[in-house]
Structures are given as structure tokens and as C-alpha cells.
Design a protein around this ligand. Sequence first.
Ligand code: NAP
Length: 525
Amino acid sequence: MVATSDEYAVSPGAAHASRWRKAYSRGVSQPQPSEPRHHRVLIVGAGFSGIAMAARLREAGIDDLVILEKADDVGGTWRDNRYPGCACDVPSRLYSLSFAQKPNWSRDFASAPEIWGYLRECVTRFGLTDDIVTGADVVSAQWRGDRWRVKVRDGRTWTAGALVLGVGGLHVPVWPSIPGLREYQGRLLHTADWPADAHLTGKRVGVIGTGASAVQLVPAIAGEVSELTVFQRTASWIVPRHDQPWSPARQGLFARWPITQRLARWHTYLRLEVRVLGFGRLERLRPYIERQALARLARDVPDPVVRAKLTPDYALGCKRVLLSDDYWPTFTRPNVTLETDPIARVDATGITTVAGTKHDLDALVLATGFDPGGSFDRMSVTGVTGHTLGTEWVAAGRPTHLGITVPGFPELYLLLGPNTALGHSSVVLQIESAIRYAVQAILRADKDGPAMVRPRAQRRFASWVRRRTRRTVWASGCRSWYLDEQGRNVTIWPASTARYRWATRRVKPSDFEPVRLSEANPQTS
Ligand code: NAP
């Protein structure tokens, strides 16, 4: 095991963080063994995916594993996203692992810190502490004939029979190419990379973007800043969140009789799962929900000019439908302005719009989202043919089979890979389905030797995704991160979570071909 010494161990809990960070830095300064350390499975990333994968591998009898995490703590997106108001917009009882239910969530939609704490608890609960190496930023992975050779930024290397990328679907922030952004002299922040010392009280703040992050941030800071200007390019569809705290009685009930929490989870699952029909076949439902949303907008925002600006001009569901009870009412505050004139440029002191309005700002927040392909191509992963999961793969529409395996990349498993994201339910369900599939494939390789998915299986999957997407609202013509620059759906699973569970229920031997040991990467053999 890599992390046999306590030096490398993760000690969940904020109180321990600095102690193990110090311990970790002692660990890395020790001399490195000349031979890379070998494991049956190497997992990159200690977020939801990595932690759940390790727990399930253990359960399947595979203990020889390591998780490499680039940051100094576990938690992935829930560690990084710390902007005010950050919370999950999927109910916690479903946005949690099916095999690690937490009876004492504080509310229906848990905050980012609470979810981060939950993930740290999972690390302890599944005894994964010693399997995690933090500060290990993977820069490359190459298939070497019968194993993966994985290198981290500081030069340490590992080898492994199987490589699992649990690097998160939405991880790499998008820094928009707005003229003059680099010249801005005030505080420049991104919601996905929020520093602990970002104090906005009493400041004139601008927020660019009106997506899922912005609708949480804007109401959270509106009361504390002196002036808030929201720069909107596209209005968002927003439906009520109805968030409620969990009473001690409910927490006690769930703790005492876990079956009651299971039933509540099933109820939430079914309630969300039926929504998928609205994205596709049951498009007649959409105008009804749109009318309800617009009626609420009319109640929340009496000013007809502001209301018109907040009214979306595309079909509900084409972009992610947002949940909020307090975003629209924020625009009735005297210190909040909605700017819909396009941004012309940024200079040292603020933003000027195309019509020439200048907004002087002490701080500028970019709520401009993520690059969904960025997580995979920030490291160089090289398969048997010498091709990488880099620019070419991204340009080809990130081809995979079921979002999990890639032709030419033996014993490589992606979690939250292309075409596995959701617009209607919890992605944790998708992660768990992909994990079941990956664990099966790894156990199969133990018996039959390394294998890789056949191109024909990948082509069949791609063609199904294309056909299926054509019939959904995502193809109705709006701009969203679900589609790439060529308008291809490279992100979202265009069906129900039940369908994904069914598609990933078992590894079909005919979809895979064995890897001959001579099939080494030509660049490295
Ligand atoms: P997003 O939904 O991609 O929104 C980005 C926003 O920035 C959009 O309003 C976009 O406008 C705007 N924008 C981008 N570039 C711009 C530019 N150059 N000029 C002006 N405006 C620009 O990003 P996000 O809000 O961070 O959310 C991304 C995803 O993260 C969500 O869909 C969700 O899946 C996830 N998320 C989830 C939660 C949660 O509660 N579970 C919370 C936050 C995020 P256009 O619409 O015109 O492109």
C-alpha cells in the first residue's frame, strides 16, 4: 500500500486538517523508492466518485487500491465550491450514496460545507483514510502493455492494473474571454474557486452569469454588499425550491428506523425521475410548468421592465432548470440592478456595456460555469495506440461506451464521464451505476486479463445518444454546457436514471476485446 504510513493519511474533520497537512509535507520529503508503487486499482480524485469507487471495490474484495487526490483534502467540487449560498439543488436524501445514508441532514437541500463533511465521514466509515494520498496532482497516465503508469506533478510515479478517473464532470472553471478582463484592478473572483478571504461587505459588486451558481450567490450576498449589479446574458427558468430544515424528530426517526429514510428516498427518487418525461416525449407538460413559473415571477417582481428582462426566451429545460425561492425577489431590493445590455469591455475599475453604461466595481464575480471537457484533458492519458484523452478526443465529441470506457484505453474507467450528467435527478445515482459496471469489469479482468471496449460498442452508444437527443428539449436551440461547440450532446444522459442503471447492469463480454501484452503504447514501449 502506498499510504501505509500515517504521514499520507487523510484525517477527516476540520480540526485535524492542519495536522495531517503538516504530516503529509513530512511524508513527501522522504526519499522516494526507486520502483514505482504498484496497486491493482488506482483512482484519481477523492470526491464523490473516487470515495464511492474505493468503498465498492473493498466490498468486492479488492483491497489493493490507492486514491490520488491533487488537493490537500477530500471532497472534490464540494471542497472547492465555497461561494456564499452554495448548496446542492438536489435533495440530500438522494444526493448521497445509497449505501451510506445520513439520517441527520440539517435540511432538504444541504449546504456545500455539510456535503463536504458527509464525504469526509464516508472516508472514515469505509476505512479509506490510509488509501488516500493528497497533494498528488496526476499529470500523466500511460498504458504500458499490461498496466498503467501514472505520474504526479512532483515526479512520483505509481503503476496499476486498472485506472479509474473520478475527476468530476464540472471542475475546471470557465474564465470568459471578455476584452480587458485581465486589466481589472479590483477583486476578481470565480464562484468555482472562492478564496476564504473574499470579503464583499459594503462593496460595489458585479456578478457575471445567471446560472445555477449565480442564483445561489446573488441572494446570499445582496444584503451585505452596498451595490450589486448582475450582468445577465440569458434569463434562467427558475422553479421553487421549498427547502425545509429537518426536525430532530425526523432525524431521530431516520436514525432509529432506517427503512423510513429508504422510503423517503424512494419517494424523492420517483418524484424526480418522472421529470425526465418533460425533457422528451411529454413536452406538452412544459407550457404548463412555464406558465406556473411566470406567474410566480409576476408575484415576485412587480416592476414590469425588470420582469420582462428576467423572462426566459427559450423552452424550459433546454438549459438547466434552476431551483430558488429568493433569486427573483432579490431584484426588488434598492441596491440590486439587473444589467442586460451586453458587456463591451472590462477596464481597471469596472465594466462598460455596449450602450456605454459604466459600472464601477470594487469586486467582480465570475459565475460563468465550468468546462465539462476540462477535467479529462488537464492530464495526459495515453492508450495503446498513442492517442490521448486530449484535444483530439474532445474534438471528436469525447467518444466513450456508456460514458465509462474508451476504445484503445484498456482497463480505464471514467466516472461521471461524457453523457452521464443529468438535468432532472441526482448524478450520484449515475456515479453508482457506473461504479457497479466498472467493478464488474475489473473483476472480469482479474480472471481473463486486461480488455478494452470495442469501437463498435462505442459507435452503437454514440448513435443511440444522437438519436435520443434529437427528440429532447436539449436540442431545441439554446446555448448550454450540455452541448459542445458543434451542437453535439457530449454531456447529458438523454434518458432516465433507471435506463442508465439497466444499460450498465452487466458488462457484455462481446463489447470487449482482449489486450495482447505486446499492445504497448508505441511512445513508451
Ligand atoms: P452555467 O450554468 O454554465 O452558467 C454560466 C453563466 O455565465 C450563464 O448565465 C452564462 O450565460 C454566463 N456567461 C458565461 N460566459 C459569459 C460571458 N462571456 N458573458 C456573459 N455571461 C456569460 O454555470 P454555473 O452556474 O456555475 O452552473 C454550472 C453547472 O454546475 C450547473 O448547471 C449545475 O449542474 C452545476 N451546479 C450545481 C449546483 C447545485 O446546486 N447542485 C450549484 C452550482 C452549479 P448564458 O446562459 O448566456 O450562456
